[in-house]
Design a protein around this ligand. Structure first.
Ligand SMILES: O=C(O)CCC(=O)C(=O)O
Ligand SMILES: [Fe+2]
Length: 189
């Protein structure tokens, strides 16, 4: 990596999103030159080049080998520095990914829980909220909710209508003492 400073402060707030001063985790966006700008949760991240981060290119190559037929050309990196960093309920359903985006999510460091819940009719029209996910979810027996513990080195793939029909989140976790880095590889059309 080209230094920690590249991970933070890379987002331009467009003033359209929810009333959060910043995302509740650090992020960094890497994309192949010439792709349309990514705008999500009211932010427009600066697009770094793959050449700025050779190790990320190596991981991209490994993911392509694991998932034959994929052609990821962008990466949203998330850094959860501790128990208070989180990702609120959202779907990665931005138009630039198309109607059935495939997203490969690789995790390093502290194990965290990743939740999926089926969208309600109302929430299928919602955009990313980035608000803290409800703790009550963990106790729910609802069959339309799932929890995955994403271990160091794990690969999780979302594809098909996952973004259209489901929301996902990484809630705060009191016992998360160390940093977690998550890489979500995506294909911008
Ligand atoms: O950290 C994770 O596992 C999920 C991150 C995520 O949902 C995203 O970057 O859109
Ligand atoms: Fe996501």
């Amino acid at each position: 990596m080209a230094g920690n400073s590249s991970i933070t402060s890379t987002n331009t707030f467009l003033g359209q999103g929810p009333p959060y001063a910043s995302l509740p985790r650090d992020t960094c966006y890497v994309a192949t030159a010439g792709l349309p700008d990514l705008i999500y949760s009211g932010y427009q991240p600066h697009a770094y080049s793959w050449d700025d981060f050779p190790p990320l290119k190596d991981i991209l190559d490994a993911v392509h080998k694991m998932l034959p037929g994929t052609r990821f050309n962008s990466l949203l990196l998330n850094r959860y520095k501790g128990s208070n960093d989180y990702a609120g309920w959202h779907a990665d359903d931005e138009k630039l990914y198309g109607s059935t985006p495939e997203i490969a999510s690789v995790s390093f460091g502290c194990e965290r829980e990743f939740f999926l819940k089926k969208k309600s009719r109302k929430s299928s029209q919602e955009r990313s909220d980035e608000g803290p996910p409800s703790k009550r979810l963990k106790k729910s027996n609802n069959v339309d909710q799932h929890c995955f513990r994403l271990k160091h080195g794990s690969l999780l793939v979302m594809r098909g209508y996952t973004q259209r029909d489901w929301l996902h989140s990484v809630p705060k976790r009191a016992k998360a003492e160390t940093t977690r880095i998550n890489l979500t590889f995506r294909h911008v059309l």
